[in-house]
Ligand binder design. Sequence first.
Ligand code: PAD
Ligand code: ZN
Ligand code: ZN
Length: 375
Amino acid sequence: MSTAGKVIKCKAAVLWELQKPFSIEDVEVAPPKAHEVRIKMVTTGICRSDDHVVNGTIFSHFPVIAGHEAGGIVESVGEGVTTVKPGDKVIPLFIPQCGKCSTCKHPEGNYCLKNAMGMPRGTMQDGTSRFTCKGKPVYHFLGTSTFSQYTVVNEISVAKIDAAAPLEKVCLIGCGFTTGYGSAVKVAKVTQGSTCAVFGLGGVGLSAIIGCKAAGAARIIGVDINKDKFAKAKEVGATECINPRDYEKPIQEVLQEMSGGGVDFSFEVIGQHETMMAALLCCQESYGVSVIVGVSSSSQELSMNPMLLLSGRTWKGAIFGGFKSRDSVPKLVADFMAKKFPLDPLITHVLPFEKINEGFDLLRSGKSIRTILTF
Ligand code: PAD
Ligand code: ZN
Ligand code: ZN
């Protein structure tokens, strides 16, 4: 029996307040309104940015359904939806691509002005929620809210992908992989034969390494305080790995010495101001490029000496690896299907959706790279 046009009752992981575990609840998911799409979730990854909602680094209204790195099947569509239809395999997009705003029209911009990051309202574009739990509205997260058996997204926040793609892997193209990979190949534009340093060897940092390698870097130095991450980093392309705690001197000095004056490209994939400065300082003072990928609290500021840039360095940042989401996600899925890059090394755990809190514990204790939850 078709569920189109009806409210769907299903399970979702609701976060009622800061610093609390997720609670699996019965929720109601309203049908999609005009230009919206309801998706039956198949898999969702756990990204550190979801944990940032739990700990408050990323602002959210509560109660909320988080989750933004997923794959699913379109269940039904609202009026006026033309680019996806029921049965399509899709990836929800935490950065939309409206195609009409000044950012979308610019050849390089990807931070569509309809994004839900800058001023999170926790609703659909019309200002209302499609979720209720125990009679109360529940907020959306980044327009994706994938920690639910069903979710509703705007048409501009969903990409149709190859029907043959394995969702339990390509869901990582919805955030972690694309963010890291794009930071190297698209944002930094890593060059053949270059030396790169990647700070933070989680799912996103490892994906930056995969990007550096694909771009032809000769040396890729992984930096992490958890040495258990080194083996996997080397498996995906790091040529060396170092632990800042093994050195007396600041890690930027160690990297400057290792690279004969500074690396060509550096990436901060942790989200701490101290490592953002270390990543900037370790890149060559005249032509080095440093990219901020990690998300830090928006309420804290970082001071820096402008001379660090006057000497010629470039300091950049990007969301979602600088990729225009709707255009790029189907292409990246096609590249994965053509074996242009791996995703398997990033997936260390697979758990049923109900074990979401176990998945977060694995991330917080440094034991997992990516945990994939299956519905
Ligand atoms: P993760 O927690 O799996 O990886 C972070 C890694 O950093 C871990 O291996 C830690 O051991 C390591 N680490 C922590 N502190 C230090 C330190 N002082 N020095 C060296 N290493 C350290 O996270 P992730 O890979 O899922 O995400 C990484 C960051 O990227 C995080 O801040 C997340 O919010 C951000 C992110 N940004 C975007 C974007 O679009 N810009 C997208 C997705 C994730
Ligand atoms: Zn993410
Ligand atoms: Zn736009």
